[in-house]
Design a protein around this ligand. Structure first.
Ligand code: MG
Ligand code: ZN
Length: 405
């Protein structure tokens, strides 16, 4: 009996540990145990029966441990996509114009983000970007700093500290408020040259957008292009074919200032840039963080130019399609599409989905307070359902990676 007791104890312990570590339902184990105890009480079994039962118990526990799938696949990569100024009306305008064929409205999980800043009911893109990037609400105009102008660590910086590849692709200057909130720490969004210098401190692997002048023609006389080259960055300009770049570090400044409107010939900067960033960043075995911004949806809103807003939203959705395609193949990639705020107070006043015709009116030349959509796809996507603070997006990304701040 002694020998059997030892073995049975061992089996029970292993079973319990497996049950605990895998959170397996213990009904099966309990049933076996009850039968086993019953058998002891009834003294019906010979010694070998104990062995058979105990072994069955162990095998059952092991089978449970192996068969049970994890709650969801591990999140290795996050692609965060921000349509600047993209409220529900902007999304539905693009949906209508595309005759119901939009990538972002096909995402399985949807929610809303509350966009208010610490200083204002209506946020700007500095505070809005900082809230999403760092999980802290701050004053309008801030770039990666809190109410006391102290630096806040961004999700991009935390990803980098954890050994992941990092990058961003935008259709504005790379120093503009939204991308800046992910790598820079400045009191004001107007400090483009200081923000450009911060890019060399944070050193994301990939930065694609415009803003060459803030790197090359500066008041302090520094030539950040030369400094970047010395740091082994490949530098691409407006003449470059982005698909040429498949590895290494890349800063692509595709315009002197802001890239032009997509309707004025910007081409596939956002979609091609997203594909290039994915090609480069996905080579890191630990994973990556990529932020993609449809920057000029907001500018169409500020101009109360319906067609400008519409073409930029459709252009952004093409990049969403590239990200989604990557995520579907990859399996460990979480894609989140959202906005920092709505711009223009847009209402859709006429349209026909079958014909792809849509029209609307703006009631403001500025941002509005309304909550904005959140679309999520991939492992951990369900965490982004419901109504959440803009700062929750940061916290949920951190949880998805299983990083500690
Ligand atoms: Mg922006
Ligand atoms: Zn704006």
């Amino acid at each position: 009996m002694c020998e059997n007791d030892t073995y049975v104890n061992f089996v029970a312990k292993v079973g319990a540990a497996l049950a605990k570590s895998n959170r397996i339902t213990i009904e099966g184990l309990t049933l076996c145990t009850i039968r086993f105890i019953k058998s002891i009480l009834m003294q019906k079994f010979k010694l070998c029966s104990y062995w058979v039962l105990a072994t069955m118990l162990l095998m059952s526990a092991l089978a449970h441990a192996q068969q049970r799938p994890s709650k969801h696949a591990k999140v290795k990569n996050i692609i965060l996509m921000i349509g600047d100024g993209m409220g529900a009306a902007q999304v539905f305008a693009a949906y209508t114009a595309q005759k119901g064929q939009l990538h972002m409205t096909n995402f399985p999980v949807t929610g809303f983000s509350l966009t208010q800043s610490a200083s204002h009911y209506i946020t700007d893109s500095g505070a809005g970007g900082t809230a999403i990037a760092t999980g802290t609400r701050t004053y309008n105009g801030a770039i990666g700093v809190d109410m006391n102008k102290q630096p806040l660590t961004s999700i991009l910086e935390i990803a980098k500290q954890n050994g992941l590849a990092t990058g961003f692709v935008v259709s504005c200057a790379v120093t503009h408020a939204t991308p800046a909130a992910f790598y820079a720490h400045q009191g004001s969004r107007a400090q483009d040259e200081d923000i450009a210098a911060d890019l060399l401190k944070t050193q994301p692997d990939v930065a694609i957008g415009g803003g060459y002048k803030f790197f090359a023609h500066r008041k302090d006389g520094r030539n950040l292009i030369e400094e970047l080259k010395q740091m082994n960055y490949q530098i691409a300009d407006s003449t470059a074919d982005l698909s040429r770049y498949t590895s290494g570090k890349l800063v692509a400044l595709m315009a002197y200032g802001h890239p032009v409107k997509v309707s004025a010939g910007r081409g596939e900067l956002l979609a091609k840039g997203t594909q290039t960033a994915l090609n480069i960043l996905s080579q890191n075995r630990k994973g990556f963080f990529l932020m993609v911004e449809g920057s000029q949806i907001d500018w169409g809103g500020h101009d109360n130019d319906f067609d400008y807003m519409l073409q930029e939203t459709i252009d952004f959705d093409k990049a969403v399609g590239i990200a989604l395609e990557f995520a579907k193949k990859n399996g460990n990639t979480l894609v989140i599409v959202t906005a920092d705020h709505e711009t223009g107070g847009l209402a859709l006043t006429e349209g026909n989905i079958a014909e792809g015709k849509v029209g609307g009116k703006f009631i403001s030349k500025d941002h509005t307070a309304v909550m904005v959509p959140v679309f999520a796809y991939g492992p951990g996507a369900e965490a982004f359902a419901g109504v959440q603070l803009n700062t929750d997006l940061f916290k949920k990304m951190l949880n998805a990676y299983r990083f500690k701040k």
